[in-house]
Design a protein. Structure first.
Ligand SMILES: [Zn+2]
Lengths: 242, 412
């Protein structure tokens, strides 16, 4: 963490902020401030360079053409890769998750190279679009309570040996490969298909990002009453729908 | 005047009758006005009924993400200065509902029709409109609607070569992209408060530069066209440079923008702006929106906001703190089942208002407000919220089905 406080970078709000994923930025910011941390939020538009000195980078979902444009500009910029080399944390959602992989299928139906920060490859699914509430169990290594979120994607993401699934779904599609995996993570880079936004539905993941940044095992507790009420309701709703 | 008023064919007459019968059965069964089911039956009997019905009318189509029901109503009021109007005033805005609305207007001169964004291209082909008013496009119901830019693209393809006069908002880059393939466009500077769906050039994908009130792509040069009508504060300036005061009962900047577009549309039918604007003044509420109702001894203003752009415009028109506010959000089929969009709304703007949240998804709202750092109270129902809130007129803001729930509860 830099001396000026926690630097939270929101990557390309002009292209990748269509599905309410800016909520992830707001939740990280809020929960850091509640722990007394100074936070500097940096919104980086796609015609600006990505700063390499951020602590946490959030990349959201977007529509098909903006996703291609974002991938082109992030590859050209290179800042996100240097930030990871500097130890930064990257948390990405949906279109952003696909961009962090080796490649995905773009709006023109062509294979588009990603950043290769996650050992995953995404293609467009041939079945129905995955839309709905999701319930899953997060990778034991991360020691977190169940995952809840809302998915809305056509993509199918295959995980390579260099990543672990972020979760195994009990209800919902997740990576869409049929093997029950959802999202991927390796080191300090995370990807998920979950909206909701996912950190509002799973504030423990937001806290995990903060703990990794601060290199601590625990954070002072905050009032999670409404988050917990929402989690219980959505988990019950997903269970009932199934 | 439209093409010579030929009588409807026997098949079209049968279709209209069948549609009305089905609507009556649906009404009797307590399923609402029956207009949609009636239109569906009529279209089955005669698939070309819509174009036949419209053949007798000078048709205006109105489409947008927000404000289309209100603007349809304002244009209808304005055009009544020139003759009888038939309109789908209750917002049944897909082909079946439109067919049903037109079936009731055999004597009318004008058809003023609200069209769902997804159906605009098809309806514009079927009914040979004289004018098409395009207000704005922004994110809405992302779990099922098409992508916003794709909608603009579909409008653009569907309107290419259409002979109608397009009255379009010069301040919305997506609307300009959609309209600029048409040969005959009247540009209205109607403003755009919500800009977050238009930072990317609709033509080339470059980043748009938006200094002051204008906009231009840094890469391809696609930019704001020169408007001939301009909304300027409380007036609309016509192509001759005359400023006409907009005096509405409807509140807010967005409704002034709707009125400016309605005035420009009416002018294409020869109705002068002062007459059009004066007639719009009679509109106090539109399908319950903006209505102030008294319930349990409290005055409640009912406000509909369905998406981030709509919430933003609504926040700018509510009375300042300490006016109490009720927020209600559902996520049923008609709302879209994903509530993530709540995070694109800046609820921090409600700081200082006493707030009660209700609706099916009040817990999503609770977390959203918690993170925004504003105080709120979660209530099970409208009556409980009314009891809890301090005195004063209440602003109740709700999304689509939550708004219908509110109207039912207060008997509006
Ligand atoms: Zn451009």
């Amino acid at each position: 963490m830099s001396t000026s406080g926690l630097r939270v970078v929101w990557v390309y709000p002009d292209l990748l902020s269509t599905y309410g994923d800016q909520g992830n930025v707001l939740v990280v910011e809020r929960r850091a401030r509640q722990r007394g941390l100074a936070v500097e939020r940096v919104d980086v538009r796609s015609d600006q360079p990505i700063p390499t000195s951020g602590d946490i980078y959030l990349v959201g979902g977007g529509e098909d053409r903006p996703q291609r444009l974002a991938a082109e500009r992030l590859r050209r910029d290179g800042g996100l890769l240097r930030a990871v080399d500097n130890g930064a944390i990257i948390f990405s959602v949906c279109a952003g998750y696909q961009i962090l992989g080796h490649e995905f299928v773009n709006d023109l139906g062509q294979r588009e190279p990603g950043l290769g920060l996650l050992d995953v490859v995404s293609v467009r699914g041939t079945g129905e679009r995955c839309v709905g509430d999701v319930l899953g169990d997060i990778d034991e290594a991360l020691r977190l309570p169940p995952l809840t979120g809302f998915e809305n994607h056509q993509g199918v993401t295959q995980l390579g040996p260099g990543v672990r699934p972020l979760a195994r779904v009990r209800l919902g599609k997740g990576n869409g490969t049929g093997d029950g995996t959802e999202g991927a993570w390796a080191g300090t880079v995370f990807g998920t298909y979950m909206h909701g936004p996912v950190l509002a539905r799973n504030p423990q993941i937001a806290d995990l990002l903060l703990k990794l940044t601060l290199d601590v095992n625990a954070l002072p507790p905050v009032d999670d009453r409404w988050y917990e009420a929402l989690r219980s309701e959505r988990i019950a709703a997903a269970t009932q729908a199934a | 005047m439209a093409e010579s008023a030929q009588p409807l064919s026997a098949r079209a007459r049968l279709a209209v009758t069948a549609g009305k019968a089905a609507a009556a059965v649906s009404r009797a069964a307590g399923r609402g006005s029956g207009s949609v089911i009636g239109g569906r039956v009529a279209l089955k009997v005669d698939p070309e009924l819509l174009s036949r019905l419209a053949g007798h009318l000078d048709v205006v189509l109105v489409s947008a993400t927000n404000g289309k029901t209100t603007t349809t109503r304002l244009i209808a009021e304005a055009l009544r200065a020139g003759g009888e109007v038939v309109s789908n005033a209750l917002g049944a805005n897909m082909p079946a509902g439109i067919t049903s609305a037109l079936s009731g207007g055999s004597e009318a001169r004008f058809g003023v029709i609200e069209v769902d964004e997804k159906y605009l291209a098809g309806v514009a082909r079927d009914v040979t409109p004289k004018a098409i008013a395009l207000l704005n496009l922004s994110r809405d119901q992302l779990d099922r609607a098409a992508e916003t830019r794709m909608l603009a693209e579909r409008w653009r393809e569907g309107l290419q070569g259409n002979k109608a006069t397009i009255i379009a908002n010069a301040d919305d880059p997506l609307v300009v992209w959609a309209a600029s393939s048409s040969p005959n466009v009247v540009w209205v500077a109607a403003g755009q408060e919500w800009k977050d769906d238009a930072w990317s050039c609709p033509s080339c994908g470059g980043v748009l530069h938006r200094p002051d009130d204008t906009w231009r792509c840094g890469e391809c040069g696609f930019g704001r066209p020169m408007p001939t009508w301009v909304l300027s504060g409380d007036t609309v300036i016509d192509p001759n440079g005359s400023a006409w005061p907009i005096r509405l009962q409807l509140p807010g900047r967005a409704n002034k923008a709707n009125a400016a577009t309605a005035a420009a549309t009416a002018a294409t039918f020869g109705i002068p702006p002062h007459i059009a604007l004066e007639r719009m003044q009679s509109v106090a509420a539109v399908a319950g929106r903006y209505d102030v109702v008294t319930h349990q001894g409290r005055d409640i203003r009912l406000l509909l906001a369905k998406n981030p752009a709509g919430w933003l415009e609504t926040f700018s028109l509510i009375d300042p703190p300490p006016t109490p506010v009720i927020l209600s959000v559902n996520a049923r089929g008609a709302d879209g089942t994903d509530t993530s969009w709540l995070w694109d709304v800046d609820y921090g703007r409600l700081a200082g208002h006493p707030i009660a949240v209700i609706g099916d998804r009040r817990l999503d709202l609770a977390v959203r407000l918690e993170v925004a750092g504003v105080d709120f109270r979660v209530c099970q129902s409208l009556p409980e919220a009314l009891q809890q809130l301090p005195p004063g007129r209440i602003e109740a803001i709700a999304n689509y089905t939550a708004f219908q729930d509110l109207r039912r509860t207060v008997g509006n």
